[in-house]
Design a protein. Structure first.
Lengths: 476, 180
């Protein structure tokens, strides 16, 4: 009798515990900067060291677990995780292993950020050749998407990588460079973590330099010409950046550009070489906030931004500081909405026609909340199998505010696919670290070698130990 | 409770406790991460056990070994259901205190029961046999659990261990002619 009672009570408690556990605790939920794809992963494993990483891969081979690799998770389409897979957090794996200032090379573990490198090399008067405009990303994450940034003289990141070590899906380690295991070099860089774990990377550096900012206003139709003649042909210009208006009163017409021109008297560098810290961001944050909600806010933000940049014309900044620009003001917290990026590449001489076509598409999309367009330039760089710069390209980064619901994702998808069609019509391509809005056909047009890429992946990792949303979405 | 019942239920208890103890560390690793926290968790366990022993000793004589062992098994089976839900270190500490008391109940009563039964002359051989069976069960459990954690999650072992404790309780619950 008493035993029966206990069985009942125990049964209820067991069920309650099990239910609660499964509901809330069992698998950590992760998401990336896109905040559109929360997923329950099996486990988050910390990359405490090389031995730990080897053990994680070996164990996964024993148990059949799938693995994904995460750096700072600023990619936005689940490239760093997959439901039910073990997610390896690379952030703790962040030591500088070797630094030879006289040879201008550095070897770092892949969880290190650009900020870690900048702090290490800046005292020696050295700087990174190619990286994003911001320094918050990991080296592993940057290699795996083959980044590009404000620099206009060093192609993309792959061109600055000397070698790296790769922990393969079978748990062994190899060195990869242009001479050693050379066939893998163009797959792993820009390989989205699908070929194994990049352990450490040897990068070539360049001198830190002092630049003068040269900012001008333009109409979009004059930009290509200006760029070809005044920027590309002028070796003193080392970096370049432009912004195109998204404000209703000057939509996709007004723009301003900033060229970073080498200063003749480099003795001045010592006055500017201290690495800058994040400044107080309240003001830009406030105006960006306004522009999220109204056309009026967008007009105000554009005017103030342009004004500020034009007033800043002629000021000096060191190379290292140009490559550590503010990110905090972009931080956006909202339960129901999120901010996503798109990036489109297109040949320099297509620019004006392209913008006209893009404007035609977007003028019909009242609900599409486009907050910013930044333009940079990438030199032709076709080393990586998934390379986006098939020739000298402008790169347009679009910041879009959108809802997180299924309905809103669908709406964004419709507009974004139209924009990508326009881009492809102009022999352009698009960037892969973002949300999986593009269709498979669009992927194939933008990346003609994508099948070759997936085939190599399957041949190199036949058990499909490494995976992620990008792979599962587009490989059939 | 007869002797077979006793050995069987104690073997199952050993199995269950050897399942959780070595792997329990994994849970702590997920939640806390400093060695001092390990120290505190196990230290609290040992300390509460120590304080509980004198009282429990008296209870064993008063309520009988079977009642206490039964209480231990059932209480453990319930407590273990809380482990998978633990999210912070203080919760681990609280559970360690409760487990410390329960651990004292088990250890003390198990020894008392053995002493009460054992014929003084062949005590050594008896103890040897008893420890053989219980330790075999423990060894098997540890090895199997290693695989369980690899393939499943740490939470699974707490649920399995909880069920084992419940089973050990039921074995003791059955009325059998007492030899003890
Ligand atoms: C605000 C913002 C600004 C950006 N600006 C630029 C820019 O200026 N230029 C540009 O090119 N891109 C830019 N990006 C895109 C960004 O460079 C990529 O998303 C980059 O991958 C982010 O690095 P991460 O450390 O967050 O990598 P994650 O998002 O964590 O990872 C990206 C990919 O790399 C893989 N990976 C990570 N570490 C390793 C490793 N050790 N071994 C193997 N694979 C690994 C992951 O599996 C994943 O597929 C920007 C993104 C944001 C959100």
């Amino acid at each position: 009798m008493k035993a029966g009672l206990f069985i009942c009570v125990y049964g209820v408690l067991f069920a309650a515990s099990f239910y609660t556990y499964n509901q809330f605790y069992s698998n950590p939920t992760v998401e990336d900067a896109g905040r559109l794809l929360p997923a329950q992963v099996k486990e988050i494993a910390q990359a405490d060291g090389e031995e730990t990483l080897k053990e994680i891969v070996k164990q996964a081979n024993r148990t059949g677990s799938r693995l994904t690799i995460a750096g700072m998770q600023h990619s936005q389409g689940g490239q760093t995780y997959y439901p039910g897979a073990v997610m390896i957090d690379m952030k703790p794996f962040n030591q500088v292993i070797d630094f030879q200032p006289e040879k201008k090379v550095i070897t770092v573990q892949s969880g290190a950020t650009w900020d870690d490198i900048q702090k290490h090399v800046n005292p020696y008067g050295l700087a990174v050749k190619v990286m994003q405009s911001q320094n918050i990303f990991t080296i592993g994450g940057s290699l795996s998407v083959n980044v590009h940034g404000r620099d206009i003289r060093h192609e993309s990141l792959i061109d600055t990588v000397q070698s790296f070590r790769l922990l393969k899906p079978d748990g062994t380690i190899i060195r990869v460079s242009r001479t050693e295991n050379a066939d893998l070099f163009p797959y792993v860089i820009g390989g989205y973590g699908l070929f194994g774990i990049i352990l450490d990377v040897t990068l070539s550096l360049t001198d830190d330099e002092l630049y003068q900012k040269n900012t001008k206003e333009f109409d979009y139709s004059e930009y290509s010409d200006y760029f070809q003649k005044e920027v590309k042909e002028n070796p003193a210009v080392k970096m370049h950046l432009a912004r195109l208006s998204v404000a209703p009163s000057s939509f996709l017409r007004e723009m301003y550009v900033t060229d970073y021109v080498t200063v003749e008297d480099q003795q001045l560098l010592k006055d500017y070489e201290t690495l800058k810290k994040e400044r107080i961001v309240a003001l830009p944050k406030f105006f960006l906030g306004l522009s999220r909600y109204s056309g009026w806010g967008k007009d105000a933000f554009w005017d103030i931004q342009k004004q500020y940049m034009l007033e800043d014309n002629g000021s000096y900044e060191s190379r290292n500081n140009v490559m550590r620009s503010e990110t905090d003001f972009m931080a956006y917290e909202s339960g129901t909405k999120t901010e996503v990026l798109q990036e489109y590449f297109l040949p320099v001489n297509e620019f004006a026609d392209y913008i006209d076509d893009l404007r035609r598409v977007l003028e019909k999309e009242d609900e599409f909340n486009l907050l910013n367009i930044t333009i940079r330039y990438v030199e032709k760089s076709d080393q990586a199998v998934l390379s986006y710069a098939k020739e000298d390209m402008f790169a347009l980064v679009l910041l879009i505010n959108q809802g997180r619901s299924e309905e809103e994702v669908k709406k964004s998808k419709a507009v974004i696919r139209k924009m990508i069609d326009v881009t492809l019509d102009h022999q352009g391509s698009y960037y892969l670290p973002y949300y999986s809005y593009p269709s498979k056909e669009q992927l194939e047009t933008a990346y003609p070698r994508i099948d070759e890429f997936f085939r190599k992946k399957q041949q190199f990792d036949p058990d499909l130990r490494f995976t992620n949303h990008f792979y599962e979405e587009y490989n059939e | 409770m007869n002797y077979r019942q006793f050995v069987l239920s104690q073997s199952i208890i050993f199995m269950a406790s050897s399942m959780i103890f070595p792997f329990y560390v994994l849970l702590l690793r997920n939640i806390g991460d400093s060695y001092s926290q390990f120290g505190w968790a196990y230290g609290l366990f040992a300390l509460t056990s120590a304080l509980a022993y004198p009282v429990i000793g008296k209870w064993a004589d008063q309520f009988g070994d079977r009642a206490l062992l039964l209480f231990y098994s059932l209480a453990m089976s319930v407590i273990l259901l809380l482990f998978p839900l633990v999210t912070s270190v203080w919760q681990v500490y609280v559970l360690q205190i409760v487990m410390g008391i329960l651990g004292a109940v088990q250890k003390n009563t198990e020894k008392a029961a053995l002493t009460r039964r054992t014929d003084k002359k062949q005590a050594g051989a008896d103890m040897g046999r008893y420890h053989f069976w219980t330790s075999i069960a423990a060894a098997g459990a540890i090895i199997v659990t290693g695989y369980l954690v690899d393939f499943l999650t740490i939470a699974t072992i707490f649920y399995v261990a909880s069920l084992l404790y419940a089973v050990s309780g039921f074995i003791m619950w059955q009325k059998k002619k007492s030899i003890l």
